[in-house]
Design a binder for this molecule. Sequence first.
Ligand SMILES: NC(=O)c1ccc[n+]([C@@H]2O[C@H](COP(=O)([O-])OP(=O)(O)OC[C@H]3O[C@@H](n4cnc5c(N)ncnc54)[C@H](O)[C@@H]3O)[C@@H](O)[C@H]2O)c1
Length: 266
Amino acid sequence: MFGLNKTTTKFCELKGKVAIVTGAGKGMGSADALKLAGAGAKVVLCDIDVDSCQQVAEQIKKMRGDSLVVRCDIGKKADIDNTVSETIKKFGKIDILVNNAGIYPFQPFLEMKEEQFEKVIDVNLKGTFLLTQAVAKEMQKNQPNEKGQKGSIINIASIAALMGFAGLTHYCASKGGMVGMTRAMALELAPLGIRINVIDPGAINTPGASQAKMTDEQRVAMLAPIPMKRQGEAEEIAGAVLFLASDESSYMTGSVMVVDGGWTAG
Ligand SMILES: NC(=O)c1ccc[n+]([C@@H]2O[C@H](COP(=O)([O-])OP(=O)(O)OC[C@H]3O[C@@H](n4cnc5c(N)ncnc54)[C@H](O)[C@@H]3O)[C@@H](O)[C@H]2O)c1
């Protein structure tokens, strides 16, 4: 049976693997990048904010890891293609992709302009589609492991895929779309040896979340339905990302992993 004698490998070992993380400069993306690097992966840090990525790269260097910073606006196909070609040029392959970059600008539905809706869809949904497609084509060229697997893709959606949030019509549409898209992609990628899963985080303490246009009362109200009565930390999502990136999750594809302190359990 697979893995019954696997006692020599470290849990979630990623030595020799190459990972791309989008939105890697801050928040969950930087936590994911550091977690993957800590497990031994070489990490490509892409973001529109190159300075923040350089700081993450410095931390990876201190951990004796290897990384590459690439400026990439995930809403632009030319940037996506450049990210893939820069990764192949530097590291020769791609084993892991974390589609994390995303935006959540609050806007009342009746005031939401067409361009505002399109921007969120372009970054959160279309960017994930384009990068996943480009990366999966590269992953296909990898040598399969003993289970025939060549790569793992993790999409960061949101519990906004499961429930509505006022002011986030465009965002809920994009994250619901990510979940549906992940399931459809999983069906076509499984025979190629590529796994793809999605994480739905709840309220997570990140720079983006703390800048969201919310009143103090709205923040208190947000915590009320969460059984754990607190926001999650970015590292608590990074743990789930590491598990899905590694062979420990080798029988998972097309799955939705909810990490929300119990919010949607009620
Ligand atoms: N924070 C939460 O509570 C929460 C909850 C559920 C899901 N999410 C999702 O998790 C992901 C990360 O969220 P976060 O809170 O860490 O965000 P954040 O705003 O703290 O960080 C996002 C990073 O993405 C980068 N980015 C923004 N637009 C980009 C673009 N077009 N191309 C490339 N990079 C871009 C930013 O520069 C930043 O470094 C997003 O997809 C978000 O929707 C967040």
